[in-house]
Design a protein around this ligand. Structure first.
Ligand SMILES: Nc1nc2c(ncn2[C@@H]2O[C@H](COP(=O)(O)OP(=O)(O)OP(=O)(O)O)[C@@H](O)[C@H]2O)c(=O)[nH]1
Ligand SMILES: [Mg+2]
Length: 390
């Protein structure tokens, strides 16, 4: 659909291009958002502009923070444990309550909105793993544009490994989820999506060469135009699956990050949860696994752990006991990944492994490509020339 942009819009675009300071860029981008016609054909454009504005505001905040000599370029919370999970939600959605139930952190719980003003970390112990939960100050519609507590909460969420959308089940739950998706996207955080299978390798000369151009829905000329718009004039482009212009733009946008996300439903009380699950299913399909917070016991911790897509692996040396503490790795990790986590020299010398747990036979010999499962015990065998340093 054509965007039908006005001459005023193009003038503002020129002003943006000429802007030198962050303030000027913010002003010009705000103007572009005001001037862009609002209809289906400009949805993507508006999204991009809002994302740009959010990013510029974050840059400005970081710069101001540096100027007064505190804070840094980001508002990151130092990571501890096997993974960092950001609790993101509307004011009063129950973030502090969940953190209180699952960790030793004691954030203030209040009946009024914006009780939590700064990120609060806490460690959740699940069996033998520690997962860090971080309550992120409330996100509202417009946070990415500086409303409420500003874009700081989104910048904390961006740094986390996984995002838990904390949703109050007792009120407009679909709307809450939608707002969070939009605000996170505006801050360049995509949930449960993956970047298109496409690579752009820049080079110094030789123009643009494309492998798999037929996969681009829009033709090679359009593809080159988009690349040139991103100041890419010389590159090898490989396209491995059907890609739209929008997806191409996304993959060229270095400010985007992709994060795993799930929903934590709070304030379930005596609500008909079946109905709530149905609503979420109808609206978002299977995009988000949903966990209802009813009892804050091991079951809840397990459900959260299972949503992180991690596995625990216990290594052992031949004729020795298995390690007490697991290595925690992404789901799908192989024997080779385990060896690499132990030591990269070890990985190079790895010949085979024996596995107890997911294999048909206990202690079965498997090749280095073998994909492990949670709680597998792995005995690594390196070639004779390898001697572990002590
Ligand atoms: N009935 C009920 N009330 C809850 C539940 N969880 C939280 N609340 C109440 O909801 C209010 C807000 O809870 P908080 O945990 O402070 O919410 P929050 O998301 O941290 O809020 P902000 O920090 O202000 O963004 C408090 O009055 C809580 O007691 C729940 O499961 N059931
Ligand atoms: Mg709170």
């Amino acid at each position: 659909m054509p965007a039908n942009l006005t001459p005023e819009y193009f003038k503002a675009e020129a002003r943006y291009q000429q802007a030198r300071t962050i303030d000027e860029k913010i002003l010009a981008t705000e103007e572009l958002i005001r001037l862009a016609p609002k209809h289906k054909g400009t949805e993507k454009l508006l999204k991009m502009l809002k994302r740009r504005l959010a990013k510029l505001r974050q840059e400005l905040q970081a710069k101001q923070a540096r100027r007064v000599g505190r804070g840094g370029p980001s508002f990151a919370v130092r990571k501890e444990g096997a993974a960092q999970v950001a609790l993101v939600g509307a004011p009063n959605s129950g973030k502090s309550t969940v953190l209180h139930q699952l960790t030793a952190a004691r954030p203030k719980i209040g009946i009024y909105p914006f009780t939590t003003q700064h990120p609060v970390p806490g460690m959740m112990q699940f069996e033998d793993v520690q997962i860090q939960l971080v309550e992120v100050p409330a996100v509202i519609e417009g946070s990415s544009l500086g409303k409420g507590l500003g874009a700081q909460p989104l910048s904390i969420a961006r740094n986390a490994d996984v995002i838990a959308l904390v949703i109050d089940a007792s009120t407009k739950l679909v709307e809450q989820v939608r707002i969070l998706i939009n605000e996170l996207e505006a801050a360049g955080i995509k949930l449960n999506q993956r970047p298109p299978k496409l690579s752009v390798q820049r080079r110094i000369t030789g123009g643009i060469e494309v492998r798999g151009a037929g996969m681009f829905k829009g033709g090679e000329a359009e593809l080159k135009r988009i690349l040139q718009e991103h100041r890419i004039h010389n590159a090898f482009v490989t396209i491995d699956e059907p890609v739209t212009a929008e997806e191409l733009e996304e993959s060229l946008d270095e400010s985007l990050v992709y994060r795993r996300a799930f929903i934590l439903l709070t304030k379930c009380g005596s609500l008909d949860l079946k109905e709530k699950f149905k609503l979420l299913e109808r609206e978002f399909g299977g995009r988000f696994q949903t966990i209802a917070v009813q009892e804050a016991g091991e079951g809840l911790k397990r459900a959260i752990f299972e949503n992180l897509d991690l596995i625990r692996i216990y290594t052992k040396r031949p004729d020795k006991e298995q390690a007490k503490r697991p290595l925690v790795l992404p789901k799908g990790s192989t024997v080779f990944d385990v060896a690499s986590a132990v030591h990269k020299d070890f990985a190079r010398e790895l010949e085979f492994a024996r596995v107890w747990g997911s294999t048909r036979f206990p202690g079965q010999q498997v090749p280095r490509e073998y994909a492990l499962q949670d709680k597998d015990i792995v005995e690594l065998h390196a070639s004779k020339s390898y001697s572990p340093r002590r």
